[in-house]
Design a protein. Sequence first.
Length: 65
Amino acid sequence: MKVITPRGTKKITEAQLVTMKKMRTKGYSYERIAKAFCISRTSCFNYLSGKAVPYSREQMKVLSN
């Protein structure tokens, strides 16, 4: 069974979110972080503010099938 993600939803991992948070605490802008992870600035803000959560490893396995 393949899970369909909403249009525009980027798939980032939990490890990537940790890295994004570290970059933000070092003073990187949302735009610069977004470019590093190939996501929109809005998505970057949503992940870092807690409005969006990354997929778990199990969900990533299902999505990749």
